[in-house]
Design a binder for this molecule. Structure first.
Ligand SMILES: [Zn+2]
Length: 283
């Protein structure tokens, strides 16, 4: 994947090295609890994290450094999130609407306050609809590589595009639709929401190069990296990894095969209209 030299908007808030406000030792205990939940009870961190959406009370937030970041990992996030915003600006414009980017992409370490409650590394990356921010702990990159073998920048970019897909859903009202449909079961509103975010990540991949004049570019093998990441964070893969079995009732993201299918639907068409998981008779 090509990205260096791509446009950076600097809509990054860097909270790395800052602790959450006002939680003292609770932050660390919470992280430990979440990990216990993951490894002992087989609750996927992603499940925990998406339960955050709308559920948690806002936690006190520490102000990070706003603006361009100096390190390569941070610059990567800046370039990719800027590119994702550029794609959605274009898509919205073509449909006669105007796109409003997330308020920022927050980089943090271990734990941080969010509009949806305390965000923690063990939850993986997430989007908080209440404060319209994407939260990333970059240690998740190592987890992607080490734990799941999903190597490559494209896989990381996929994760960013998926979370920003949740922002697009928030703008379009899909988040509310999903809540009305309910959160449990293998074809629940929350599974449909997750699969649509995968499809939106595909829409991004289809237009990344075109909106950046080729500065951000993915080739077909990059796309496969993205797909592998989709499979790695599919709930069935996480559950199998954690417990050795799969329990469809607790799915929130859909199976790896479903995630692959919807990512491809977006990537092949480049059209968000191909991402209507809410009306699809089968997922
Ligand atoms: Zn998601």
């Amino acid at each position: 994947m090509r990205w260096e030299g791509g446009r950076q908007s600097g809509d990054i808030e860097d909270r790395r090295g800052l602790g959450p406000v006002g939680v003292g030792g609770v932050g660390v205990g919470g992280v430990v609890l979440a990990l216990v939940g993951y490894f002992v009870f087989g609750i996927s961190p992603s499940t925990t994290l998406h339960a955050l959406n709308g559920a948690g009370a806002p936690a006190a937030q520490q102000q990070g450094v706003q603006g361009p970041v100096a390190d390569k990992a941070g610059q990567f996030v800046d370039v990719v999130s800027t590119n994702v915003n550029d794609v959605w600006s274009q898509v919205f414009r073509q449909e006669g609407r105007s796109y409003r980017p997330p308020r920022s992409v927050v980089l943090y370490s271990q734990a941080t306050g969010t509009g949806c409650g305390l965000g923690q590394s063990a939850m993986g990356p997430f989007y908080c609809p209440q404060d319209q921010r994407v939260y990333l702990d970059l240690s998740f990159w190592q987890e992607l590589e080490g734990r799941f073998g999903a190597k490559g920048d494209a896989a990381k970019a996929y994760v960013i595009a998926h979370e920003m897909g949740h922002h697009v859903q928030n703008l379009l009202g899909a988040t509310e639709t999903a809540q009305q449909m309910g959160a449990r079961g293998a074809d629940s509103g929350s599974v449909r929401l997750e699969l649509q975010a995968d499809c939106y990540a595909g829409v991004w991949a289809a237009h990344a190069s075109e909106v950046s004049g080729g500065q951000v570019a993915l080739d077909p093998s990059d796309i496969e990296d993205g797909l592998r990441a989709a499979a790695a964070v599919g709930d069935d893969a996480l559950q199998r990894e954690a417990t050795g079995r799969v329990a469809p009732d607790s799915f929130t993201h859909g199976t790896s095969a479903q995630r692959m299918r919807w990512f491809r639907a977006g990537a092949k068409s480049g059209d968000p209209a191909a991402c209507d998981t809410f009306r699809a008779p089968s997922l």
